[in-house]
Each structure stands twice: as structure tokens, then as C-alpha cells.
Design a binder for this molecule. Structure first.
Ligand SMILES: Cc1cc2nc3c(=O)[nH]c(=O)nc-3n(C[C@H](O)[C@H](O)[C@H](O)COP(=O)(O)OP(=O)(O)OC[C@H]3O[C@@H](n4cnc5c(N)ncnc54)[C@H](O)[C@@H]3O)c2cc1C
Length: 493
């Protein structure tokens, strides 16, 4: 697992591991997709356990705090039928809770984590946090459980079906099923993928961001400063243009910031761009700011390049670098930028995910061409669209997400949901497939599929997909026009 170079080996002594749980469905990762898988399976009446290495559920939307506005905000452009099912229920309740206070941005993660726990418990789901899920238990070519590390030591969880919702295909990689980590540059992907991502040194092209919160900011003064007329000197302009050549540099700040950034750079106090690992760059501090009341301001630092989610040593370097950069950014703002003189760093998210990473080469792996041409599959779970995504185009009526993209090759008892499901991308693209609304619905679909497989006593790959589709239609999922549903042999809800 991973790319760490072994310094040698030790033999792990065989031992008896106590079985702590014996459930129908175990969901590894209670993140954006996994939380919906767990709630959906629980509501189907099967014994369900959800496990996460963080103390709260929600993943990218929970502890990672990667939110901006409504979680369903993108749904109209990424899901032709809009957000449906349990994700819609959670989103509506979240909006209702938010409207009680009128808070902005920073309140979403805690609301999501709370609603996830509340709905999971109400559905009879057991929650096991914080624990690290290790190797799967494999017997006769099927996954029958997991080894889990926690404060009690190593325990075993037995499960009839395991759902890998770890985002990085952790269970699948350890199980040895085919997983795609590197994508060679493929010019045929050009309509969907930004050309700068198709570079040989970025075969695992990926990007991420870490969220942080500053307190005690006078945001109106900052806004007035940014809006002020600035005439940049020729030296400032040249200095900045030189930095625009930095890999993946994207301008996200006002001209007024340039002389300040230059001064801090030349004094050796703050470097707003950095190469932090071979081909990995903090490309531009994300000077997008989400002001809240009481002087709170949320923001993110972006990092992009050859980020490998399966290399814990690289991850350690990157995580250390980005966290240090957050602190340095906060110092820069306090020392240089009007409105931040009294500001301090209140919080840095405990977790940062990534937009790309390893994913299964599944029973069917969605390609950018499928996405671009609006391909249809008989095992459609919902229709997705790429057309509304900026700079990407694609068939306006969308494309089908097939059930087979949740099925790893060659091993039973295992389903995948979320970012590790089977679709080809390079980092950011194709956006619609890994966008939140789609992956939340994919979570619900995976949870229902696992429960149906248990109840029918079949392997997930032998599931009666019509039964699953019929359930999803009742949940409001959009699988296509009435004529298409008739052709599929399913009845509209
Ligand atoms: C910086 C950033 C910005 C984004 N912006 C947007 C956006 O604006 N709009 C949009 O639609 N999408 C956005 N996305 C994409 C979207 O958030 C992700 O695709 C989505 O969160 C992936 O969902 P997931 O459930 O697969 O993973 P996650 O939400 O990351 O959940 C994975 C969970 O698994 C747990 N886990 C992993 N491994 C283990 C283990 N071994 N043991 C125990 N627990 C484990 C983690 O703790 C986590 O809770 C963004 C993503 C990132 C990284």
C-alpha cells in the first residue's frame, strides 16, 4: 500500500483478534458519500455500522469544512433532476437550521455532522469513531469484514457487505482489487480536462485545499482597501507577472494586494507561492474570503500537482507544509493587510481531502468520453450532467452513472461509493462526477444496494438492479425521461 520505500520487513505474529461487531453492512468512512450510505442502509432495516477516523461524520463537508453556500448549490448544474432522496432531506433541514441564525459558511460543517449523526442513530446505525480501518478480512474471494484499530486495540468487524467510502479506495487497495492511481496524459480528454493538467509530470494530477478561520477581522476595511484605485508601479507589475508563470498560478486577489505581497516576499517574511514537494505547489493562497458576522472570516489555501493520496510519507510532508503556510498567511494578513491588524488564526480544519485520488477500475469505469457524449447505461442509478460546469461543455441532457461503477473487479462482498468509485478523471475533472450532489446520491444508492443484497442473500454484483432503480425512483432520483424508464422496464414513482 502506498509508495513508501520499505527499510526492511518484520513478520507480524499471528494472533486471535476479538470480533467487536457482526453486522450486515459496514461503511468505511462516514464522509460526504458514506454518511448517506449508512443512513440509507439503516433505513432499509439491516444492521449497519459506520466507521470513521474522525470523531464526527461528514468528511469533506464535516471536519474538512469544505463548504461554500448551500451543499445543494451545484445540484441544478450537476444533477438534471436536482438533489433528491436523503441528501435533499439533509440539505433542506440544514437550510432550515441555518435560516434560524442567518449565519454564513462556518456553521455548515457542524450542522452536517450533527444531522448525519442524528439521522444515522434514528435509522438504527451504530457509529464507531474515531477508529482507523486497516486491512479487510478476505475469505474465499469475498470481503467478510475489517480489521479496525482504536483505543481498545485491534478488533475485527464482521460484515456481510462492506462499503468502501474512504474516498481513497483504502479497503480496495488493501484488498488488492484493480485500482487506478496514475492517468497518463490523454489528449482525447482535452474537451473535458484543462490542458495544463495533462502534463507528464502530473499523472496523478490532483488538487486540494485546507480551510481556516480568522477572527477579529474588520472586513469592511479590507473590502474598501481591495476596492481602492491602485496604480501599480512597473516593478510591481513585472514582479507579479513573473509569479503568474508559477505552476497553476491563478489570480484570486485584487491589485491592491500586489505591493504588499511583494514587500513581504522581499523581506523574506511571506512567500505566497511555494513548491512544497516535487511537482506539488501551493499555487496561490486563496484570497477568497467568506466573511461571517462577529469579525469571523473563512478562507482556504490551495495546493495542486502530483499529490498522491496513497503515499503517507508524502502526505505527511504536504500536510505539514500546508498547515505551516496557513499560519504564515494569517501572519501576513495581520502584519500587512488593512482590516486584519487585530486578527488571529482561530481554527484550521483537522482534515483535508482531495478532489482526485485512487479509484477502482470497476466492473464499468466511466470515461470522460461517456460523460461528454451523454452515454446511457441500463444499470443507471441517476443522471448526471457536465454541461453546466464552466469551461467543460458536454452533452446537455447529461450522462448515466452506472451501478457497475460501484463494483470492484474480482472480489465479492464489497461495494465502493464516493470519490473512489469507478470514473476516470484527472484531479478536478470531470467535475460533475465527483461533485457533492452526485456523490451524496451515490452514497444513498450504495447503501440501498448493500441492504438489498443482504436481504436477498445475493452478492452485490448479482443484485436485481431493477429493484434498486425502483427504490431510487421512489426516492425521487432522476433516471431519465418517461420513455427511457419504459425502455428500462421500471415504473415512474
Ligand atoms: C478542496 C476541495 C474543494 C471541493 N469543492 C467542491 C465544491 O465546491 N463543489 C462540489 O460539488 N464538490 C467539491 N469538492 C468535492 C467533494 O467535496 C468530494 O468529491 C467529496 O467530498 C468526496 O466524498 P467522499 O465521501 O468520497 O469523501 P470524504 O467526504 O472525504 O469522506 C471520506 C471519509 O472517509 C474517512 N476515512 C478515510 N479513510 C479512512 C480509514 N482508513 N479509516 C477510517 N476512516 C477513513 C475520512 O475520515 C472521511 O470522513 C471539493 C473537494 C475538495 C477536496
Amino acid at each position: 500500500m502506498g509508495r513508501a520505500i520499505p527499510m526492511g520487513y518484520v513478520a507480524e505474529p499471528a494472533r486471535q483478534v476479538p470480533i467487536a461487531y457482526d453486522v450486515d453492512v459496514a461503511v468505511v468512512g462516514g464522509g460526504l458519500s458514506g454518511m448517506f450510505a449508512a443512513i440509507a442502509a439503516g433505513r432499509q432495516g439491516v444492521r449497519t455500522l459506520v466507521l470513521d477516523r474522525f470523531g464526527s461524520l461528514g468528511g469533506n463537508l464535516g471536519p474538512a469544512m469544505i463548504v461554500g453556500g448551500s451543499i445543494a448549490g451545484e445540484a441544478p448544474v450537476t444533477l438534471p433532476g436536482g438533489l433528491q432522496g436523503i441528501p435533499k432531506e439533509v440539505n433542506d433541514e440544514m437550510e432550515a437550521l441555518r435560516s434560524e441564525t442567518g449565519h454564513k459558511y462556518a456553521d455548515i460543517p457542524n450542522i452536517i455532522s450533527h444531522l448525519a449523526a442524528q439521522k444515522a442513530l434514528a435509522a438504527g446505525v451504530e457509529i464507531l469513531v474515531p477508529v482507523w480501518v486497516g486491512d479487510p478480512i478476505i475469505e474465499a474471494q469475498r470481503v467478510t469484514g475489517l480489521f479496525v484499530e482504536g483505543k481498545s486495540g485491534r478488533v475485527a468487524v464482521k460484515a456481510k457487505v462492506v462499503i468502501d467510502a474512504s474516498a481513497d479506495a483504502d479497503v480496495c487497495r488493501r484488498a488488492g482489487v484493480p485500482v487506478i492511481t496514475d492517468m497518463p496524459p490523454d489528449p482525447t480528454m482535452a474537451p473535458l480536462i484543462r490542458p495544463e493538467y495533462l502534463r507528464p509530470e502530473h499523472t496523478p494530477w490532483n488538487d486540494t485545499a485546507i480551510f481556516y478561520l480568522l477572527a477579529n477581522v474588520e472586513f469592511d476595511r479590507y473590502e474598501a482597501f481591495c476596492a481602492s484605485e491602485v496604480t501599480l508601479s512597473a516593478e510591481d507589475r513585472a514582479w507579479h507577472e513573473e509569479r503568474e508563470q508559477f505552476p497553476f498560478a491563478r489570480q484570486q486577489f485584487e491589485d491592491a494586494m500586489i505591493p504588499l505581497l511583494r514587500r513581504a516576499w522581499e523581506r523574506g517574511e511571506y512567500y505566497f507561492q511555494k513548491t512544497v514537494d516535487p511537482h506539488v505547489h501551493i499555487n496561490t493562497p486563496n484570497f477568497w474570503m467568506w466573511p461571517s458576522e462577529n469579525g469571523l472570516v473563512g478562507s482556504r489555501i490551495n495546493m495542486g500537482g502530483a499529490i498522491r493520496r496513497d503515499d503517507m510519507q508524502q502526505h505527511a510532508r504536504l500536510e505539514t507544509a500546508i498547515r505551516m503556510h496557513v499560519f504564515e498567511t494569517a501572519q501576513f494578513f495581520r502584519r500587512y493587510v488593512p482590516g486584519f491588524e487585530q486578527a488571529y488564526l482561530l481554527l484550521v480544519a483537522p482534515y483535508f481531502g482531495a478532489r482526485g485520488g485512487p479509484h477502482i477500475d470497476g466492473e464499468y469505469t466511466l470515461t470522460p468520453q461517456d460523460v461528454y457524449t451523454g452515454r446511457k447505461f441500463d444499470d443507471v442509478l441517476y443522471r448526471n450532467t457536465h454541461a453546466g460546469q464552466p469551461h467543460r461543455g458536454g452533452e446537455p441532457s447529461g450522462f448515466d452513472t452506472p451501478y457497475r461503477s460501484l463494483l470492484p473487479k474480482g472480489l465479492d462482498g464489497l461495494l465502493v461509493t464516493g470519490r473512489a468509485s469507478a470514473y476516470i478523471r484527472r484531479g478536478h475533472d470531470p467535475g460533475a462526477t465527483r461533485a457533492r450532489p452526485a456523490l451524496m446520491q451515490l452514497g444513498e444508492a450504495a447503501g440501498v444496494a448493500a441492504a438489498l443484497a443482504v436481504q436477498d442473500g445475493v452478492e452485490p454484483r448479482d443484485l436485481d438492479v431493477k429493484k434498486l432503480q425502483q427504490h431510487l425512483l421512489r426516492q425521487g432520483f432522476y433516471l431519465g425521461e418517461p420513455a427511457r424508464l419504459a425502455a428500462l422496464g421500471v415504473t415512474p414513482a
